[in-house]
Design a protein around this ligand. Structure first.
Ligand SMILES: Cc1cc2nc3c(=O)[nH]c(=O)nc-3n(C[C@H](O)[C@H](O)[C@H](O)COP(=O)(O)O)c2cc1C
Length: 521
């Protein structure tokens, strides 16, 4: 086996939580080094975007239909960014106040940053091709450079590029060695947030698969290390366009025209950082590799009438206490939630399946179920899991009942004793094809597996919210305890992210305030 894959397997195994040992972290909150959640490029030209809160958005049920495409202009850009990476609300209790965003993030630490590359757009300060950082704190763009290039002639009119990057330190500060996993789950959440916000504008998001991370670092100026105190690494590039485009793109002409120094210096996020050698190793190992070749698939979800999309996006929140007496879902609601994630969320074939603990769903017995999201893996899963599992078909396509039992105790124990996993309607683990994926596609695939799980998480949050329910991502779980419960040995499949859905208690001590309050006044 290739040395880098071994490094990844070592990282993955070392950062598992088990009943006797949690993955290594500081073990306390070092408030003195708490990172600033808002990146800012000091000295860059800023452009305040208009707030999109009053713009109408289509009903959420139309999300997967072909909506009319909006022109690329200041207003559509504002809507795209605000409803994906923007602040959704401020929360306040006593003297504490903190921002929550449209994209969920582990511990609300928000390691994911976003950059855009634009052709000329009216009222924007660049004249040729503009590269900007999006700063959610004030909902503004920061111009990093304006370059002479005819790059956009190769793409359909109205197309733009959007890149996502990560500042791992923001998560490492709190979660230590396991944090790299959360960073890339968060990147997946951000990816799906952008995909959904683009759909509302009638735009299609295509993730580009032929670029190296280092090319993307260059595109966003992240390799100009003198401009940064804390390292930031590029993760992915999307083309957003009224039309579906190829998932390969030649950005070399664009890279060739970039200036050596972009405008602005990145603000320092922490006065100092704790070193984590294992984190440096996993970042380096998974950076800069070729991407796997996608196979193209498409799908549609049928939804019943619901709220306006922006209401769903802005109201999405995690719950920290589930109310079991209110958490029962009807079969129809359960099916709507499953349907939204049953097929791949982008062009890439699904490699993640859902192991569900059903506690309170009408028409379903309490028990352990498996939603197979890619039938090519069914036989393999049947061979690897306990051979006395039932594999009984259910009314939902590709959802199998494996075992009838009350899993409330087990699901809570597996989720680091968090009751949100047992007190809701159901909780689940995202079981991902693992070692073969790394061997087939290389080191970079480790991050992409987490992106797929994060994207599923973001979609589950939205779907639950649209039905008046809530969800919460669960990054804290006992990896191998879950594997043992399924009868899995070895690492062909690994559980990478857990999630719970139900109805939560509203904490009346925490008040919700609007986002960008100063600007509304
Ligand atoms: C990858 C990920 C892992 C998470 N893990 C947990 C968890 O183990 N327990 C928990 O109570 N919340 C967990 N959360 C919820 C976050 O704490 C929550 O998203 C964050 O505080 C922001 O709040 P919001 O979702 O309401 O915007 C997780 C969220 C994400 C995205």
């Amino acid at each position: 086996m290739n040395k880098n894959i071994n490094t990844i397997l070592h990282y993955h195994n070392t950062t598992k939580h088990s009943p006797s040992r949690y993955a290594r972290s500081l073990g306390y909150m070092d408030w003195a080094t708490q990172p600033n959640p808002f990146r800012e490029y000091k000295g860059s030209q800023k452009l305040l975007l208009p707030l999109a809160l009053n713009y109408p958005t289509p009903p959420y049920m139309l999300l997967d239909t072909d909506l009319p495409d909006a022109p690329l202009c200041k207003e559509s850009l504002s809507q795209l960014l605000q409803f994906s990476m923007g602040i959704a609300a401020y929360k306040t209790t006593g003297s504490d106040q903190w921002a929550v965003r449209c994209n969920a993030s582990s511990g609300n630490l928000h390691p994911t940053e976003s950059y855009i590359v634009l052709p000329p757009v009216q009222d924007l300060p660049h004249s040729h091709v503009g590269i900007y950082h999006y700063a959610p704190k004030n909902h503004e763009l920061e111009l990093l450079c304006d370059i002479q290039s005819d790059f956009f002639q190769t793409l359909p009119k109205g197309s733009m590029l959007l890149g996502l990057s990560s500042i791992a330190w923001r998560e490492v500060w709190k979660y230590g060695e396991r944090a790299f996993r959360y960073v890339h789950l968060d990147a997946g959440h951000a990816l799906q947030s952008v995909v959904v916000a683009a759909k509302l504008l009638g735009w299609k998001a295509t993730r580009i698969t032929n670029l190296h991370d280092m090319q993307l670092d260059t595109l966003f100026g992240l390799d100009q290390t003198e401009r940064f105190c804390e390292k930031e690494h590029a993760d992915m590039l999307l083309v957003l366009s009224p039309h579906k485009v190829s998932s390969t793109l030649d950005i070399t002409p664009l890279l060739a025209t970039l200036p050596q120094h972009f405008a602005g210096y990145a603000n320092q996020l922490s006065p100092q950082m704790h070193p984590w050698e294992l984190i440096d190793t996993i970042i380096e190992t998974t950076h800069a590799q070729e991407r796997p070749k996608p196979q193209i698939t498409t799908h549609r979800v049928v939804r019943t009438p619901t709220k306006e999309s922006k209401e769903v996006i802005m109201k999405r929140r995690s719950v920290h206490v589930m109310d079991s007496s209110l958490s029962t879902l009807t079969q129809e609601q359960f099916h709507t939630i499953l349907l939204s994630v049953a097929k791949p969320l982008d062009e890439h074939p699904a490699v993640t399946h859902l192991t569900l603990f059903l506690h309170r769903v009408e028409g379903y017995e309490k028990g352990l179920y498996l939603l197979v999201r890619n039938n090519d893996h069914l036989k393999e899963l049947q061979q690897l899991m306990y051979n006395d599992f039932l594999w009984q078909k259910t009314p939902f396509e590709n959802l199998y009942l494996l075992q009838k039992e009350d899993y409330r105790f087990a699901s809570k124990a597996i989720s680091c004793s968090q009751a949100i996993a047992s007190d809701g309607a159901f909780s689940l683990g995202m079981l991902t094809r693992f070692s073969q994926e790394l061997e087939l596609y290389g080191e970079h695939r480790y991050k992409e597996l987490y992106w797929e799980c994060g994207a599923i998480g973001q979609q589950l949050y939205l779907e639950a919210t649209s039905l008046g329910c809530s969800g919460t991502g669960i990054g804290c779980f006992l990896d191998d305890t879950m594997h043992s419960l399924l009868g899995l040995k070895g690492n062909q499949y690994q559980t990478l992210y857990h999630f719970t859905v139900g109805r939560g208690f509203v904490d009346s001590r925490i008040m919700t305030l609007p986002p960008y309050p100063k600007r509304e006044h």
